[in-house]
Design a protein around this ligand. Sequence first.
Ligand SMILES: [Zn+2]
Length: 161
Amino acid sequence: MSLLERAERNIDAVAWQGEIPIQNRYTVGLAGERFLRELKESGRLLGSRCPECDYVYVPPTLYCERCFEKLDDWIEVGPEGTVVSFTIVTQALDGTPLADPDILALIRLDWADSLLVHRLGKVSLDELEIGLWVKPVLKPKNRREGSILDIQYFAPAYHEE
Ligand SMILES: [Zn+2]
């Protein structure tokens, strides 16, 4: 079917098949930059609190997604938090099995309302559960780059380092 006829389904149109390699750069924005700079320089985790609805965002945002209020009340959150949900990743993006599965979790840091996605580490499957109390394990200060990966992973908070 050509485009000159009315296609009922888009898969009926004649099309070129191929792949387009795409790269992108997504800036972290003003709030994200402040969050990552503080993480790099002091190891502290910052959130932004809405003065109207009292919701605390981590990573911080400049505007409240719930009531659109401008946010300029920065507070320290965590560093401990609670696992709200998790998944165990057993394959790489290309489908090859991972020798050591990754555990990704949604974490609600203490004093925050929104959730942070990060990797869990030093946790056994026996102790992995919703409600697990965790703390961030940071890279040494001289190796931090101002990235969310300056947090290597979150580990059970009751483990000794
Ligand atoms: Zn709000």
